[in-house]
Ligand binder design. Sequence first.
Ligand code: PRX
Length: 576
Amino acid sequence: MDIIHKNKSLSVRSNLPDYEKTYQEFSWEKAKAELIFFPDGTFNAAYNAIDRHAESDKKDKTALIYESDKGEKESYTFAQLKEQTNKFANVLASQGVEKGDRIFIFLPPTPERYIAFLGILKTGAIAGTMFSAFQETALMDRLADSGAKIVVTNSELFSRIQKIWKDLPDLQKVILVDEGDFPEKEKLISYQQEMTTASADFNVAHLKPDDFAYMLYTSGTTGKPKGVVHAHADLLQAILTTKYVLDVKDQDIYWCTADIGWVTGVVYGVLGIWGLGGTSVVFGGRFSPEAWYKIIADNKVTVWYTAPTAIRMLMGSPVDPKQYDLSSLRHLCSVGEPLNPEGVMWGKETLGLPFHDTWWQTETGSICITNYPSMDIKPGSMGKPFPGVVAGIVDDNGQELPAKQDGHLALKPETVYSLMKQIWKNEEKYKSYFNNGWYISGDQAFKDEDGYFWFVGRADDVIKTSGERVGPFEVESTLIEHPSVLEAGVIGKPDELRGEIIKAFVVLKQGVEPSDALKEEMAAFVKGKLAGHAYPREVEFIDKLPKTRSGKIMRRILKAREMGQPIGDTSTLEEY
Ligand code: PRX
């Protein structure tokens, strides 16, 4: 740790007041001055993200620059986004959408999904977002549990909804952003048609700051994904962290590479950046080093928020970034999985700027631990808590541990303004996050003598593959739907590029012949049913799964076996 301790060479601009002073002076109450409340004390995040700027001298400032995979560009000013989101809110209102209804967005990266998201918030309904790689099982889990009333999608993705609609009694209508001729005609709404005639005036819903704004389904160790619900005023922490961590200033061109189906895409692709009145780039194409460097060069991106797997892919690619003019970049941040010191240094050496790691979760709603622009980076560390946020390392009883001891990374819930407000219809699950006055993140970490936090690993079986969170149970449940599978146990296997890959241990039904072709068939089966990113890249056939006497699959034993490590305590294990 000596070489990384106080690595002054990575110290960057000091454009913040001394952050130690900021810690002392910070209060969420004072920070609320960043938000606009209506005169009666009510609030709306979409009003704060769009309308307040559209009604100010920022009205003609570009809010959204969209570039498709074919290089076609569209841009929207704050005034234009206000008009479009008002229209969409009117389209929803004309369908009887009310406060608290769940409206889900299932679209590839296009301007419509941003318009839809903010339009939903304007009505007081709750916006849900879904990754466009989701297949019927992942869609079913989310739409059924949330009782979604309307889905906004396109005609290509609609075919997946079509297959499950009969099992979704709450789903009344589907809004198609493009035209399509489907048998469900009377339950389909044309976005284009409705938007042409909708009024551009809308009375934005006046809500309590704690009223729900959006929900995101995320995976844990057990059960199906859970609906993490966030409130309108959670926007405050998104704005402050965009300002002080991502360091976005008025003239910046900012690019957050995350998809809106994940929390980073919602919080830092929509709420934080527009809450702050900044300009955001959205790329409609897939990852490739050439395409990504081109987006930075063509749009003169200055602030870039991306993820370790992408950084590692860029590092390992033969494409030379020096072929592109990336000189506009001035601040780089990363999130989602451990950022190796090599990634930080690659930024410094290749782009002239180190990556600043940030740590947070779907549940925390915004960045909580981070490397500020003005801090000395210790490559490999997640940094220090954001002002106002109190973080600690605690043991299983919620007792705080001293520096340099591994334990649960925990937060004082009352200090995390954007912390989830509910797990949808699952009070028990919500309560399970808290212990002795701490919110327990599920991550293992330690704190060093300077107060920097270091990630150690997950405390549970949650898998992080290419930065995306996958629950082993979801993959296991999908695998056992395959006619040849008797049982399956799924783990995250460490992988240099993707952080982890999904590995499945499968017990075949009697009489089924194991073969490589069958392994491939199983991977494709999960990909086609669950999601494009959540399939096992490795399948191994085994005779028996390690289980507790009560029948629970012991994934930790599968993992130890995979890694050639000692199996540990097996006292609760059924004979294996
Ligand atoms: O395990 C941690 C990892 O990602 C988890 C949260 O995943 P999700 O809810 O999908 O949100 C991701 C984007 C906010 C955490 O519990 N994680 C996130 N950031 C880091 C990280 N692991 C190590 N270092 C990080 N900077």
